[in-house]
Design a protein around this ligand. Structure first.
Ligand SMILES: Cc1cc2nc3c(=O)[nH]c(=O)nc-3n(C[C@H](O)[C@H](O)[C@H](O)COP(=O)(O)OP(=O)(O)OC[C@H]3O[C@@H](n4cnc5c(N)ncnc54)[C@H](O)[C@@H]3O)c2cc1C
Ligand code: SF4
Ligand code: SF4
Length: 388
């Protein structure tokens, strides 16, 4: 495991996460105290604090944690796979309502499930990402269906969504559902593992996590610069996507569709994403990504991949089918295997980058080399270590 020094939690967070370029911008350390804030898309420490075991340190997805223990608490052991975490079911899915699909990123599975959870009283509020200005996002706490629908669609810059969860649970405001990227879902899961007894009731308000697959997010500063070079006005952007097999970022603007090659976008990816081993939001109740199957992209893009991970996730998906909200298709084993191969690839690449950054296979920064999943994908680096 990485250094365990705890010379004050915030100091550790600054030295080992923020200054090391590992901060994912998830927002889990924000709204817990006055010292950690979001400035544009960066997390900034305003003041030193010498609290030894602060929540910021405990909840951050880039501080060491016993992920094997976390998986054991959250999931059934028979469901666990090394590549993509727990799988109770794997499907292609889409919202039945075509009007909802038009406003959403792909099949609107995320928004349909969140709306249903709210309507059925599984949650009293939903936390989703909302565009605050230009390319910047923030988490918003919503308790009506229209507002959730209004915030459908993917924004490829970071959203400090977990900060909104912290804001909400400072008082007991009922059950909450959160739409989370993998790093955000991990922070929320760590809250369950590491919350102090007096905070349990607040954390237990978290009743649902809908995870998003995630390849990377973009630095707002670098992406703004790239858009300027391409004469794309940020305010005119209505949405964006990465169509299967085309190797481009499609940007939907008020003036039509623009494309930028993924090679050109590459340098805008946030540093921290290079050290991320999770592409499918393994610590969520269900995870949703874009579908990949043979056919015209215009048809395929109306579907999602859906992984059901927990009993709560299954209950919600079953209800969505029963109520005619969601349509499911059995996904072939071939698709699941492709997903697993891609996810394993991300893990291997991230571990390689981690070893390169730390300079040693003995220091995996925030990861623990006794974790069987980490061990499996450490691969070549681990063999080198054994020979030493
Ligand atoms: C940064 C990012 C990277 C992604 N990378 C991949 C990928 O590599 N492969 C893949 O298959 N899918 C990826 N996705 C997921 C994909 O874009 C869709 O979100 C997913 O297919 C669900 O589609 P939907 O129609 O059900 O979503 P919708 O019903 O449109 O709902 C999308 C939800 O995501 C929330 N959201 C939007 N942007 C963000 C953000 N930046 N952070 C947190 N929440 C956000 C919205 O508030 C909304 O609640 C990524 C998503 C994001 C945000
Ligand atoms: S909790 Fe999230 S926002 Fe805060 S330092 Fe860690 S990764 Fe960054
Ligand atoms: S790639 Fe990983 S670190 Fe980057 S935004 Fe996605 S989940 Fe977070």
């Amino acid at each position: 495991m990485g250094s365990k020094t705890k010379a004050g939690s915030q100091e550790f967070l600054k030295k080992h996460v923020l200054d090391k370029g590992l901060c994912t911008g998830c927002g889990a350390c924000v709204n817990l105290c006055p010292y950690q804030v979001i400035y544009n898309d960066r997390t900034v420490q305003l003041h030193k604090c010498d609290l030894d075991d602060g929540k910021c340190y405990s909840f951050c997805p880039r501080t060491p944690a016993d992920l094997a223990a976390l998986r054991k608490i959250l999931f059934e052991s028979g469901d666990l796979t090394p590549e993509i975490g727990a799988v109770k079911g794997y499907y292609f899915a889409q919202a039945v309502d075509p009007a909802l699909r038009i406003t959403a990123q792909h099949g609107a599975t995320v928004t349909a499930l969140m709306e249903l959870a709210l309507a059925e009283g599984l949650i009293d509020a939903a936390i989703v990402s909302s565009r605050s200005r230009e390319l910047l996002q923030s988490g918003v706490i919503l308790n009506d269906k229209d507002a959730i629908r209004k915030n459908a669609g993917s924004k490829f810059t970071v959203s400090p969504t977990v900060a909104a969860f912290n804001q909400m649970v400072t008082h007991e405001g009922g059950k909450v559902g959160v739409v989370a990227t993998p790093c955000q879902a991990l922070a929320l899961a760590k809250m369950k593992l590491k919350s102090l007894p007096e905070d349990n009731a607040k954390i237990n308000q978290l009743n649902l996590v809908i995870g998003l697959y995630c390849g990377w997010t973009l630095s707002a500063e670098k992406y703004t610069k790239l858009l300027r070079e391409k004469n794309i006005v940020a305010e005119s952007i209505k949405g964006m996507d990465i169509p299967a097999g085309k190797n481009v970022l499609e940007i939907f603007t008020n003036d039509g569709v623009r494309t930028i090659s993924l090679e050109e976008v590459q340098h805008c990816i946030r540093d921290s994403c290079n050290y991320c081993i999770d592409s499918t939001a393994e610590y969520a109740d269900v995870s949703v990504g874009s579908a990949r199957f043979a056919g015209e992209w215009e048809d395929v893009r109306n579907w999602n991949q859906l992984i059901v991970r927990t009993a709560r996730g299954k209950e919600l998906v079953d209800l969505a089918i029963q109520k005619g909200i969601l349509e499911l298709r059995e996904a072939p084993l071939e698709s699941l295997n492709e997903l697993k191969a891609a996810a394993a690839g991300k893990k291997k690449k991230a571990l390689k980058n981690i070893v390169q950054k730390s300079g040693s296979t003995k220091n995996l920064l925030y990861l623990d080399d006794r974790d069987p999943v980490v061990l499996k994908y450490l691969g070549v680096e681990k063999k080198i270590r054994k020979r030493r």
